[in-house]
Design a protein around this ligand. Sequence first.
Ligand code: AMP
Ligand code: MG
Length: 529
Amino acid sequence: MHKLHIDNSFTNALPKDPIKENFTRPVTDAAYSLATPVPFKKASLIHISKLAKELGFSEEEINGEEFLQLFTGQHLYPKTESYAMAYAGHQFGNWAGQLGDGRAINLFEIVHKEQRWAFQLKGAGPTPYSRRGDGLAVLRSSIREHLCSEAMHHLGIPTTRSLSLALSGEEVLRDMMYDGNTAYEKGAVVCRVAPSFIRFGNFELAAAQGENNLLKKLTDYTISTFFTDIKSSGKEAYLEFFKQVTDRTLEMIMHWQRVGFVHGVMNTDNMSILGLTIDYGPYGWLEPYDHGWTPNTTDRQHKRYRYGAQPEIGLWNLLQLANALFPLIEDSTALQEILDNYKTNYQVQYLETMMNKLGIYHTHKDDRDLMQNLEESLHLHETDMTIFYRELCKINSKTDIIEAFKIISIAFYNFPKLVEQHKKTWMEWLESYRIRLQFDLEQSPLDRYAFAKARTQKMNNINPRYVLRNYISQLVIDEADKGNYELLHDVYKMLQHPYTEQPEFEKWYALRPDWARSKVGCSMLSCSS
Ligand code: AMP
Ligand code: MG
């Protein structure tokens, strides 16, 4: 293998836990602890993403033994030490204390084409942070993480990436629905890659333990490595840092709202300080549009992390980060001001996102009403979010109203059951939409045809045609469990071009089949992974 440009900035800058042995314990005054992957003698790679080539690995290297050994943790790269990060977090609204990388082991960082990348194995065995867990991961959750991280990347959404998916060659015991039905499942290891895996929780741990020195070192390191445009120092720099984290977090969540992605476990330990989507667990994609939906059965009762709540949960999590950074800033008014700005910015960005999704580009005083009415209409009768928005570009100000209704009706689940009153409400909305489109056309310097063409193009770049529907993942998992990976390769191929019509994948541009409505894995997922 070619020589990697190793540059371990995190471990070089921050204090290491002095204890070398790998046993579960509270860790103080350290940002990480050493941890070595367990040997998986029969590990085998089942999928490698395009990221491998982007990071400079040749076809020959990817197919070679060394790649397999490195990215399943059987061999460490020369002169590197693998480690687990220390962090804490608020889980489902409650302080959970120390958590840390319980089943993630960091290998090293490289700099490639002036970009920093940290490599991390998920499911490679226990660490000092494993608590009661085994540090392992199963194939089903690893497929979901691998495919979804790459899908999100190709949708243009900030995310951690996934380099490779391997079978560990060993079996792992899990109680998938936490109902006492334990079973052995195939073990797997994913190699995740991101500029950094630092979370809000890393700052929370140092702050909660009163380790202000560590907190300062961690924050200074994060700023000087990843927020390089911050030129000020001291309190001013920390405030600017916090502001940029709020901006990045909001940007990420707005993307989730745009495509109907529900993270499922927005605990502060799952919030990346770089504003990357991280920790793909019981996430899901909206099929019927529903603000109240969460795929996570562990959150069934309160639905804290439901689709419609994600923006405000982002803010709640940022408040926890503000509390953690407080010892460095000691100015609650300034921190509060930044949090208040998040709310204002959300309003502005919501409007912008919705306008783009609807293909309207000139503001109008009634836009909020148009959107509010749309949100309400979408909740009347189960309507597929992806199909609805993708079809909208076929409607223009001259479309006959019956025709317009026909266009969107392919997004309705159980169309024969659509009640007359709901149809009437939809017709009213479509009428207001047509009038709105006419206004937009009149504001544009383009003629009707050029306008329509440009609008369709723009809409198709924002409203995806293919997303990783929950049942698609489950079909991939069912096949992979039997040792068939063809569907995994196919779905991965489709997800690389989510905005482009791909005739060979048109069967995936369809309503969720009825059998998937309440099947485990399709609409119900637990945190067990
Ligand atoms: P998650 O819900 O996946 O974000 O995980 C929350 C915490 O539990 C983190 O500290 C994880 O590292 C830890 N964890 C989750 N699964 C396991 C496991 N199988 N073994 C050890 N730790 C785990
Ligand atoms: Mg996590």
